[in-house]
Design a protein around this ligand. Sequence first.
Ligand code: MG
Length: 382
Amino acid sequence: MTRTAAIIVGAGRGERAGGELPKQYQQLLGRPVLAWSAHAFAAAGVDRIVVVANPERHALCRAATAGLSVEIVPGGATRTASVRAGLAATGDADIVLIHDAARPGLTPALAQSLIARIEAGETAIAPALPVADTLLRAAPDGTVAAELDRAGAMRVQTPQAFRADVLRAAYAAAAPDAAFTDDLAVVRAAGGRTRLAPGDPRLMKFTYAEDAAMLERLMSDSRIICVGHGVDAHRFGPGGHVTLCGVRIAHDKGLLGHSDADAGWHALVDAILGALCEGDIGAHFPPSDPQWKGADSERFLRHALARVEAAGARLLHVDVTLVCERPRIGAHRDAMRARTAEALALPLNRVSVKATTTERMGFTGREEGLAAHATATLDRPA
Ligand code: MG
């Protein structure tokens, strides 16, 4: 079994992009720049993700990668020193990918294709795009000093993927104060074999403030908004309380069910799974399995959220409607929103809980049970 590691190099000051924060921590499409790459590597199934960050920015880095299993290590004075620090944290990985934090448009598919090329026998490979424009060298006064030969010229991107032993040997052979612009160059300097793979325009580097708008357009093209829908119902039985959207409410009946019978959160789990096209709650937590007897439904929600992370998706908004005559929901609605927002790590203004009756019609009208409907909106790789 091949073990893979990714190093995200984000220790630079990132000042050319302007703004109060270094560019790797600025928000792009609602997520810090650096977080997009970490999520892409996680969704690609990379075993170990190492983020090299400026020690002064560790708190920002931790916040940006919340919910992901990443190791944060302090960077060095140069990019080369930072990669050395990251490399030391890759453990026994067989394949190492090194990526600039400032290239948030990485797709899981591209990372996987590079890993596959190393598994197939390459030792060092980087995505690259041909240069379409004429290349000139400018003199300091703005006049043209020379025209450069464009034939064969390539723009090299990251992530760059390596057989780990080759990369480690190349870094060991490099002078302690060596400063390379990328890691293919380190392997080349050590006499190693390097190769280019087709690049991706979405991997453009966030360098200047005006790059943000272009990156957002490019990245939006590779993502779609999906809405999932879920429905659940539980029958009333003997008892003294019900649990709805995580809130325990005193009532003259209870709800029958294998778990805690929280129909609101069950509908929500189905809505999230629906947006991911990953089946339903019954498939993930079979009622026949005794371990889910009396289970707190927050476990189901957390599982659904883990599936969202694994898919490289992001939950944007949820809306739950409870359908019952009694208990009256109104007085508990704010508590339900707050509990649901907390469980999903969403801001309160992206969580809706509402209620309706069915005017005494049907099973909810006769108070035989209650029902819940939910939608979940998320953005995910197309
Ligand atoms: Mg249920």
